[in-house]
Ligand binder design. Structure first.
Ligand SMILES: N[C@@H](CCC(=O)N[C@@H](CS)C(=O)NCC(=O)O)C(=O)O
Length: 316
């Protein structure tokens, strides 16, 4: 785990010393958009770099799948173990033969300073990063390629945007980033604050999902996709490794059924790789798990049993 400082790789854990033990996530630095003069929409031009372990990158894999973009946008993944060199490709990535993900960042900017994260959307023609913020990449995947794919499904429909934004904001803070705020906290008070916020939001969602099939009703939206990638990792890694252990997700009947329903929707299950998820978290974070032992459980076979709620609808 590390970061680049003016283009030089430094092996360094997160610094929580100036924030009373609280983990504060750095913002992504690249925010360009497809469908602009600089980045016109073209097949086979853009490439996605992901980790199957990472919940943020997982959002982009799901949207790429639902929007039928697999034939148009290639994917390179890293190995789950993220150690002194950060994210590592295996085999080397296809465009430049790089071994380390930080080499892609310095290809874009030889003096880049900051964290080296996945996902990255890369332009293979101009040899640069288009965007490294998952919430923006999924919006671009949702709308930019419709003319090429003839897939007009809309996971961010105008009529639901206000509601989606509200959910996104609450869920990002309490849950998506919330599990990291628990796991990477280095003081008791920072951990407890994050854990209480997390479980109070899960309790609120459990109520909501007792009378709504999905966050905004019967339609699957980006808000559900963003929530799903954290929930599907909950019992496997966040409960134990990140100490989010007031309850397991499977103790919440509605949240668990909701998670199953999305897992079972249109082969989304194929984007979920539990081996990589468990190996990444338990093996990579030596500060949290010095033995690097990866637990055998939990038994997640219940995910295969059909969910009870109605299958999601998709707006077109
Ligand atoms: N805001 C980014 C966050 C991406 C992110 O933090 N990814 C993690 C993987 S789960 C990462 O690459 N971390 C490496 C690091 O922080 O050094 C997004 O949503 O795309």
């Amino acid at each position: 785990m590390g970061l680049l400082v003016e283009g030089q790789w430094q092996d360094q854990w997160y610094d929580t010393s100036k924030s009373s033990g609280r983990f504060i996530r750095e913002s992504a630095q690249f925010h360009d958009a497809l469908g602009t003069v600089s980045f016109p929409v073209e097949p086979h031009r853009y490439h996605l770099y992901v980790s199957y372990a990472c919940p943020w990158a997982h959002r982009t894999l799901i949207m790429r799948h639902l929007k039928g973009l697999e034939p148009l946008i290639g994917v390179t993944s890293v190995i789950p173990e993220m150690l002194e060199h950060g994210w590592v490709y295996n085999p080397p990535e296809p465009h430049y033969g790089y071994h380390y993900h930080h080499q892609l960042y310095t290809q874009h900017d030889p003096l880049y300073s900051g964290r080296v994260t996945v996902p990255v959307l890369w332009d293979t023609q101009q040899h640069c990063i288009v965007n490294n913020e998952s919430s923006e990449i999924i919006r671009q995947f949702n709308r930019c390629f419709n003319a090429l794919t003839e897939n007009h499904e809309d996971y961010y429909p105008a009529a639901l945007q206000e509601e989606i934004e509200q959910w996104n904001q609450q869920i990002y803070h309490a849950i998506n980033n919330g599990v990291y705020r628990c796991g990477f906290a280095t003081s008791q008070s920072a951990y407890e604050e994050a854990c209480q916020t997390l479980f109070s939001m899960l309790d609120q969602l459990e109520q909501h999902l007792s009378h709504h099939a999905y966050l905004t009703g019967n339609y699957l939206t980006e808000a559900d996709i963003r929530l799903f990638t954290t929930l599907i990792r909950f019992d496997a890694v966040y409960f134990g490794h990140f100490k989010c252990n007031q309850k397991q997700l499977c103790d919440y009947p509605n949240l668990w059924d909701y998670t199953k329903s999305i897992y079972q929707f249109r082969d989304i299950a194929q984007t979920v790789q539990f081996d990589q998820i468990k190996t990444h978290y338990y093996y990579s974070h030596g500060q949290i798990n010095p033995s690097r032992i990866v637990p055998l459980g939990p038994d997640l076979s219940d995910l295969q049993i059909p969910a009870k709620r109605p299958q999601a609808k998709v707006m077109c």
